[in-house]
Design a protein. Structure first.
Length: 221
């Protein structure tokens, strides 16, 4: 990468970080190109030159967030199959809490304008691909029932993670309940399909998180 390209990428990354902070503070609709330019110490024309417009810039900021979140779940090659799924569930909860305001804003953003559909699909697909890979590894190790199709199961499991994220962003789940609900969902979804030691580990995972995974007030409903 030549110096000019490197400087351009560094500038873009700095602007994306500013965009994330502003989204967390004001929400998507509350962010203007002037705000972004002032906080990033660049001109408004520079923003348009680098990204094309507000929509494109903010979508890029959100997309990079999900890529970083999923990148943080990558472990060594020894960590495959069920350990990778458990690490993924833990990392999703941890990263959302570390940037709680921003993560909540993203969840509301996904539930809003129809032109965010492509981004929603991107985030879901990236997560689904990681889940499917781990399930493929489990099946190759005979830790899953032979009839299980990892692609279909992966899509359902990733959807569960996303649903829990929306429930937390909407205030239906507390921080601690969300942290427990994601691994609990993993354990319950796979428990009847897993074989051998994997089944035992999933039962322990579900048992350990069952009580904490309940939404506030659900016990009286």
């Amino acid at each position: 990468m030549d110096l000019v390209t490197k400087q351009r990428e560094e500038r873009k990354n700095r602007i994306l970080e500013v965009a994330r902070d502003l989204i967390a503070d004001r929400g998507y609709d509350g962010v203007t190109m002037r705000d972004l330019a002032d906080e990033s110490l660049v001109s408004v024309p520079t923003l348009y030159n680098l990204f094309g417009g507000k929509q494109e810039l903010l979508l890029a900021a959100i997309e990079s967030y999900f890529l970083e979140l999923l990148r943080d779940t990558e472990r060594s090659e020894r960590d495959e199959g069920l350990p990778q799924l458990m690490s993924l569930a833990e990392a999703i909860a941890r990263e959302m809490l570390q940037r709680a305001a921003y993560a909540r804003s993203l969840m509301r953003f996904f539930g809003g304008p129809s032109d965010t559909r492509g981004l929603h699909e991107f985030a879901a697909q990236e997560l689904t691909n990681k889940v499917i890979l781990a399930l493929d590894q489990m099946k190759s190790k005979q830790q899953l029932a032979s009839w299980v199709e990892p692609r279909v199961l992966g899509e359902r499991l990733a959807s569960q993670f996303i649903i829990i994220s929306f429930e937390w962003a909407s205030g239906y789940l507390s921080d601690s309940a969300m942290q427990a609900a994601i691994p609990y969902s993993l354990g319950i979804t796979l428990l009847g399909l897993a074989r051998g030691e994997a089944a035992e580990e999933l039962e322990v995972l579900a048992r350990e998180n069952q009580s904490a995974a309940a939404a506030e007030g659900t016990g009286n409903r």
